[in-house]
Design a binder for this molecule. Sequence first.
Ligand SMILES: Nc1nc2c(c(=O)[nH]1)N[C@H]1C(S)=C(S)[C@@H](COP(=O)(O)OP(=O)(O)OC[C@H]3O[C@@H](n4cnc5c(=O)[nH]c(N)nc54)[C@H](O)[C@@H]3O)O[C@H]1N2
Ligand SMILES: Nc1nc2c(c(=O)[nH]1)N[C@H]1C(S)=C(S)[C@@H](COP(=O)(O)OP(=O)(O)OC[C@H]3O[C@@H](n4cnc5c(=O)[nH]c(N)nc54)[C@H](O)[C@@H]3O)O[C@H]1N2
Ligand code: SF4
Ligand SMILES: [Mo]
Length: 764
Amino acid sequence: MSDSVKTLCPYCGVGCGLEVSPPASSGRATHRDSQGNPIWKVVGDKSHPSSKGMVCVKGATVTESIDKNRLKYPMMRDTLSESFQQISWDEAFNKIVERVQNIRQNRGDYNAICMYGSGQFQTEDYYIAQKLIKGCLGTNNFDANSRLCMSSAVAGYTQSLGADGPPCCYEDLELTDCAFLIGTNTAECHPIVFNRLRKHHKKNRNVKMIVVDPRCTKTAEVADLHLAINPGTDIDLLNGIAHLLMRWGEIDSLFIDECTQGFSNYAQIITDYPPEIVAQKCGIQISELEQAARYWADSRKVLSLWSMGINQSQEGTAKVRTLINLHLMTGNICKPGTGPFSLTGQPNAMGGREAGGLAHILPGYRSVKNAQHRAEVEKFWGLNPGQISEQPGRDAWSMITGLETGEVDLLWIAATNPAVSMPDLQRTKAALLKSPFTIYQDAYYPTETAAYAHLLLPAAQWGEKTGTMTNSERVVTLCPKFREPPGEAKADWEIFAEVGCRLGFDNKFSFTDPATVHTEFVQLTHQRPCDMEEISHENLASNGPMQWYDTQKAEIEIEENDSGFFSSLLKGFTKKEPLQGKRLYTDLRFHTEDGRAKFAAYHSRGLAEPPSEEYPFVLTVGRLYGHWHTQTRTGRIEKIVKMHPHPFIEIHPRDAAKLNITEGDWVEIKSRRGTAKFPAKITKAITPKTVFVPMHWGALWAEDAEANSLTHSEACPISLQPELKACAVQLVLITSVPEPSKESSHQEHLPNADLIPVSTSNHK
Ligand SMILES: Nc1nc2c(c(=O)[nH]1)N[C@H]1C(S)=C(S)[C@@H](COP(=O)(O)OP(=O)(O)OC[C@H]3O[C@@H](n4cnc5c(=O)[nH]c(N)nc54)[C@H](O)[C@@H]3O)O[C@H]1N2
Ligand SMILES: Nc1nc2c(c(=O)[nH]1)N[C@H]1C(S)=C(S)[C@@H](COP(=O)(O)OP(=O)(O)OC[C@H]3O[C@@H](n4cnc5c(=O)[nH]c(N)nc54)[C@H](O)[C@@H]3O)O[C@H]1N2
Ligand code: SF4
Ligand SMILES: [Mo]
């Protein structure tokens, strides 16, 4: 495979290495996709440290989608009811510049301009977008779909440990003796992380796996203990475990005294969580709760994994911090095989955080609210002091409300499909319809969001541009360009840079290639917690993937490993289990002012929209193994479509019986905001009084199966992450079966129209 290219899978945050080779490279017949395009070959990259050659079905089939239904040329229309007309890039850039300058003229500043980006950007794309929007335009109105995904983890790490950044690494999956998986369906959503953990679990009988999830997922099926808690009761559970550990004296007093602050308030809070009350609130047995606490108590190395069941909540930050509390209380942090480990959703949401890709942060894990941080970035970018605003910009949802109130004049959406993935879709779509000017920069056409765009910009995607991505364990991988983009598609960063130049900032965007963009970005990480000093395109190309860690602390850990203070705190961890730069905080000092990690004292608040008499069920929304989000790629891959041919609703047999619903019956599901229809899948895998639907079917892929027509926008007040995991719904059996029937293939919905009709009345 000499002509093969090593790269990273462009799907999930596990960040598996792939080796891609041209369609006709091996002398065998060229495989073609259903549209006749030759398919590039993909295998796992055995040399990638994170995945060691493993891939899941998504990585293995990714190239089957890259030539289908691509957006190839800039397209423009004046109003949403017109058809798009192809235009040149020159016209497209002129149009953007004219709009931006008009806004500045009318409003006096650029605060009516918003960019909504994505964890599917490469770091170079993210960085240039920050420089343009936050630097040159002086507005912090850049947010990404990570707001819907990882922002509670970001807030939790930052508040508890002093900085963002998962402290663990994947090797910990093979070193732990108790894996605590909460709000994560790792088997389906982070399959290769799960493979690594599961192998270790199977091989070592003493290793325990606890799964906390209202559904008995593929992950929960193999756990030693599955706690099927009621949605939204995680804080009760975590405080309940802490209560028992405290009662049993199973806490690490030395670690608490030497390395943390705020324990007494927390200790006070957890007195309110005795097992009788907690078990009842969570809907589990007292014995199950005790068993979970027992596993924590008996394990030397507890590793927690979490994702959306924790983050997507009105108390997302509190959930994250309460989970971190347990680690601090038991000293299960800073050591191999232990720690709180968030599983990142998208392939480069981590790089986005490093590059400052949310409305309240700046590159290098800096904060827009911190005057020194702003000054450092202003100086580096050659801007006047005060040019970067001290106000956090609009988060994703407030871009939508800004359209409602007329405060947003231009919305630039790139690499995300909000007309499917945002909460409260009817409201989202109505707001998008009001937008004076929407730019939509995507790799595919059509997508649901294209229906709301005035200007479509064709983006080069994975494999068509060179850039870097960072996975959940802080490993940075170079993703080289291995083919030409279709038509006139351009890399996202090039589009942003060209707009910057045409707005008169040409001296700030005179990059010749993505390697120089990366080099500039890395300088902004210097001496920051995410210092990437040694990482460059050149080094990545010659050394392979590289992990960042705290370069300043790496030395201390080795020198002081054996001193009295450290060895007693480290409780018998010796050089046999060396502390390496692979983990953060191995010197037991955190990025807080006094170096101590902070306990948080939170009571549980439960769901933002609890079930009621009228809406008696809790709806939860999540993912299936084969599909990726809004299906722009996976909906076009035969094998995956066969695997998951249509949407469905999971209902517990007891609830189904009460409503006379039998397997395959069509059910209308209704919330305070909208309705949708699904065939019923009756299964004990779901907790009674809770129902589940997948998030993957937007308006182009099925009729009336949009999960987010039901969800609400209530968010965590700290992270501003919406509670996409739960809302109150009612179920009604549909007696006359709607056409097309549930057997209908997705092909009937496969979008091909030149103009997507804009429907304002999808849901009555
Ligand atoms: N196959 C596939 N993999 C993916 C993706 C994909 O689209 N498809 N997307 C990627 C992205 S961006 C993300 S963010 C991740 C998401 O990865 P996950 O978070 O693992 O996936 P979800 O299915 O969204 O939700 C996880 C679980 O949370 C549970 N849950 C719901 N409410 C609660 C609660 O109140 N408490 C607890 N403890 N659990 C609850 C749900 O039942 C569900 O099983 O997956 C990534 N990987
Ligand atoms: N109810 C509910 N809603 C949810 C969730 C949930 O669990 N429940 N999960 C939330 C989460 S965690 C996430 S991450 C979001 C995901 O939601 P979205 O971000 O809307 O989903 P994707 O389908 O991944 O959209 C990515 C888009 O980027 C395009 N694209 C791919 N590569 C490139 C590129 O290089 N450049 C450009 N310009 N475009 C590119 C793709 O064609 C696609 O249209 O959904 C959120 N919404
Ligand atoms: S686990 Fe994630 S990164 Fe790995 S192949 Fe599957 S989708 Fe890609
Ligand atoms: Mo995500």
